[in-house]
Design a protein around this ligand. Structure first.
Ligand SMILES: NC(=O)c1ccc[n+]([C@@H]2O[C@H](COP(=O)([O-])OP(=O)(O)OC[C@H]3O[C@@H](n4cnc5c(N)ncnc54)[C@H](OP(=O)(O)O)[C@@H]3O)[C@@H](O)[C@H]2O)c1
Length: 246
């Protein structure tokens, strides 16, 4: 297992936005970035969960985080423009963006994917990430060096029957990352994808309700990868997909 041991405060004065920061892998990433000194912007759907992460960061001695309650299913380009404006006003730049939140509907045959499920998965997993990236790229460009991380899945690289809209959305995310990485090849922005692999979270439990989840790695176990990709000054990767459990 890869272990990354950066300097204790390597993210000091860095502003990092994490989507889906209230639970699962996003929560672990937000706490890890804060532990290494970052000011974390916690974006998510359920305010109570975000507040719990906020409290934990403060209890750990981290920098004051910011909370952005936003349901990506209903957010419009205006919401993202407003968010970019607030970040610019408060911080003047953005050093990192982790696209982590995503939606998984019930698994099932392609012919039975409803219009509603298709639209909502594409909205949360693809369109919102397109809009958020467009709104925040100018701020990532303002940082000396910055990192943009997308989250994929094994079924977004080699599709599997019954994973329908979710798998297709992750293929789109892989494409988005590759287009951007090529476009920003010689810039100060590192752009990559991470595939966390089977990890003990609510989403995994929804997909595999019968498995013994004590056999799975936890979000904390895979944080080295999230720290490495966020370390824009030392990460040598650009335009790749890092597999946390290859
Ligand atoms: N766990 C795995 O085994 C695994 C494997 C491969 C890839 N992944 C990917 O890893 C990422 C994190 O997954 P996870 O397992 O940590 O999932 P999770 O435990 O279900 O957490 C997902 C987070 O995203 C938030 N979220 C979901 N829909 C949202 C929306 N419409 N607006 C704003 N926030 C929303 C959730 O907020 P609420 O809690 O408020 O709903 C939650 O904080 C996802 O991109 C997933 O596809 C996970």
């Amino acid at each position: 297992m890869f272990t990354y041991n950066p300097k204790p405060q390597f993210l000091k004065n860095k502003i990092i936005l994490v989507t889906g920061a209230g639970d699962g892998i996003g929560k672990a990433a937000a706490l890890s970035y804060a532990r290494f000194g970052a000011t974390v912007i916690l974006l998510g759907k359920t305010v109570k969960k975000l507040e719990a992460v906020y409290d934990q960061i403060i209890a750990n001695g981290g920098a004051d985080p910011a909370i952005v309650p936003l349901d990506l299913a209903g957010a419009t380009p205006n919401h993202y423009a407003g968010l970019a404006g607030s970040i610019e006003q408060q911080f003047g730049k953005l050093d990192g963006l982790l696209h982590n939140a995503s939606k998984l509907t019930d698994l099932g045959p392609f012919l039975l994917i409803s219009q509603e499920d298709w639209q909502s998965v594409m909205q949360v997993n693809v369109t919102s990430q397109f809009n958020l990236t467009q709104a925040l790229l100018p701020l990532l460009k303002k940082a000396k060096s910055s990192s943009l991380i997308f989250t994929t899945s094994s079924v977004g690289l080699k599709a599997r029957a019954y994973w329908g809209a979710y798998a297709i959305s992750k293929f789109a995310i892989q494409g988005m990352m590759e287009v951007l990485a090529d476009e920003f090849e010689n810039s100060g922005i590192k752009i990559n994808c991470i595939n966390p692999g089977a990890t003990r979270t609510n989403m995994r439990a929804k997909a595999y309700p019968a498995e013994d989840n004590t056999l799975l790695l936890t979000p904390d176990d895979i944080m080295s990868y999230y720290l490495y990709l966020m370390d824009a000054e030392n990460c040598t990767e650009h335009g790749i997909t890092l597999h946390a459990q290859a």
